[in-house]
Design a protein around this ligand. Structure first.
Ligand code: GEK
Length: 241
């Protein structure tokens, strides 16, 4: 069982945020209360995976955390001979993810891998999910990761990309940040929790503007990119090879 997120509830010396055992313990509560539309995004990514999965191919869940997207994709795959490869570079996450997935039955094989997505070999993919993971990759490495994703996709394959984005200018960025902080307040986070989390995350998560994502995907070669969800500074899109 996982618990309620109170990691930043007391005043503390703030260290850079990391996906360690303490975060794993409260992760479902943390992400649910912090990302508007998380449940909708996860279930829709599963639906899209079901639609775009090709027989005899791999589906990847990169930065899988506890495997929410893996489970959602697995529920929707109807094609023959598909396997899901779920990857995360946090040992604590991968261990808990393996345990968690054991609790659900399915004929679709899942391989949970401890690995860094900047070093991973991807192949024969029909669907690749990056659900709020690219934002943690250093900005100068994002293009290379996306190029490798594109190269590993079969024709007609898709990247399902969700990201926290930066507003297009300072004014709209602040507007989106304020709306998001209101959302967190509404979900029970205090001012201290909101501000300490912001400090902890600012060095490890650097969002790009949505326009930058779309332009980069286009330049890499994706034929179509469609934003299907946005609430405040949280977006999800599908990019088709
Ligand atoms: C979900 N997708 O619940 N390589 C592999 N994993 C990484 C890397 C990397 N270089 N950098 C960060 N991660 C999940 C939510 S959380 C998003 C994803 C959030 C992993 C990191 O360990 C963490 O588990 C995940 O990416 C990001 O649908 O907490 O905001």
């Amino acid at each position: 069982m996982t618990g309620k997120d109170s990691i930043y509830a007391t005043e503390q010396q703030i260290k850079d945020f990391s996906f360690d055992e303490n975060v794993v313990e409260v992760f479902p509560d943390m992400i649910q209360r912090s990302v508007p539309g998380y449940a909708t995004i996860v279930s829709t990514m599963g639906k899209l995976a079901g639609q775009y999965a090709q027989s005899n191919s791999n589906l990847y869940d990169l930065g899988c955390s506890l495997g929410a997207v893996t489970l959602s994709m697995r529920r929707n795959i109807e094609k023959q001979n598909c396997q899901i490869i779920a990857v995360d570079n946090s040992k604590a996450m991968v261990e808990r993810c393996q345990l968690h997935l054991k609790g659900f039955k399915s004929d679709v094989p899942v391989n949970v891998v401890l690995g860094d997505i900047t070093e991973l070999t991807l192949e024969n993919a029909s669907v690749i999910a990056l659900n709020f993971t690219l934002q943690f990759i250093p900005q100068e490495q994002r293009e290379a990761v996306l190029k490798h994703i594109y190269a590993s996709l079969k024709p007609g394959g898709v990247l399902l990309l969700s990201e926290k984005v930066k507003g297009e200018n300072d004014l709209t960025d602040n507007l989106l940040i304020d709306l998001h902080h209101d959302f967190k307040r509404h979900n029970g986070y205090s001012e201290l929790e909101i501000s300490q989390k912001r400090t902890a995350i600012e060095n490890v998560m650097r969002p790009d503007p949505l326009s930058k994502h779309i332009e980069r995907l286009h330049n890499i070669g994706f034929s179509q990119t469609q934003v299907w969800y946005q609430c405040f500074n949280f977006c999800s899109l599908v990019a088709i090879k």
